[in-house]
Design a protein around this ligand. Structure first.
Ligand code: HEC
Ligand code: HEC
Length: 199
């Protein structure tokens, strides 16, 4: 059984590798005007310079590429249920999702203001998160081409709400995160979000 699962994964990986080789004719937003225009629409909320228009909207510039691609798929399929992003994801064709994620991941995460307050001390329990989100909370590649997202420097409002949604079972597109967040009190989640947003 296990062998069969592993074999299945390998077959998928081989297919992905084959389609990556064919990436020479993948849609390119730099040369395809319609695709380029679709990506400009994202800036209306996620910001022209990568700084989102409100604290409830996450930074996506410089986020982990595989994480971005997975979220666009999850919004499109409804596995991550957010109406505005469901429509936005549906404006992209299947072939455009990977190049869109690559394009956004290549941009620079917005710099922190020099005047920003220093980080509070690391709250208790935060070491657990580093196992998957990396020592510096910049996110990391996981097995099978998946990535955990960068958390460092994401807004407090967005982080605390994302954590609450996992805890309350409103965001279920990752079972580990649901379990982990259910086990953490709201007060501890707030302290973690405060700390992560200050990095
Ligand atoms: C009308 C505003 C709006 C537009 C336009 C928009 N987004 Fe979003 N986006 C949001 C909001 C709000 C969220 C947070 C959703 C939530 O509450 O979880 C989000 C979340 C995301 C996320 C998840 C990030 C994370 O850290 O989990 C990705 C990826 C994303 N948007 C990509 C895009 C792309 C690509 C486009 C353009 C095709 C786009 N968005 C256009 C409002 C917008
Ligand atoms: C077992 C690995 C693992 C551990 C441990 C873990 N995470 Fe995650 N986390 C993930 C994965 C994978 C995702 C992406 C889920 C998805 O596909 O949407 C994620 C997503 C998130 C998000 C959503 C980010 C966004 O942009 O929407 C937040 C916030 C988060 N984690 C915070 C934490 C915190 C805080 C801790 C520690 C208390 C933690 N995580 C521990 C694997 C982990």
């Amino acid at each position: 059984m296990r062998v069969r699962i592993v074999f299945g994964v390998l077959t998928v990986m081989a297919t992905l590798a084959a389609s990556a080789k064919a990436a020479d004719n993948a849609p390119d937003p730099a040369t395809q005007r319609e695709f380029g225009a679709k990506l400009l629409v994202c800036n209306a909320c996620h910001g022209n310079n990568g700084v989102p228009r409100s604290a409830a909207i996450p930074v996506i510039w410089g986020q982990q590429e595989n994480y971005l691609a997975k979220q666009l798929h999850d919004f499109e399929s409804g596995d991550r249920n957010v109406e505005v992003m469901e429509w936005m994801a549906k404006t992209l064709s299947q072939e455009e999702v990977s190049p869109a994620a690559a394009n956004i991941a290549k941009k620079s995460w917005p710099a922190r203001a020099a005047s920003a307050a220093p980080s509070p001390p690391a709250p208790r329990g935060i070491a657990v998160c580093q196992a998957c989100h990396a020592q510096n909370f910049l996110g990391a590649e996981q097995a099978e081409g998946m990535s955990t997202p960068r958390l460092a420097g994401q807004s407090y409002d967005y982080l605390v709400e994302a954590m609450r949604r996992f805890a309350d079972g409103e965001r279920t597109n990752n079972a580990d995160m649901v379990m982990i967040m259910k086990a953490i009190s709201p007060t501890d989640r707030e302290a973690m979000a405060r700390y992560l947003s200050s990095l």
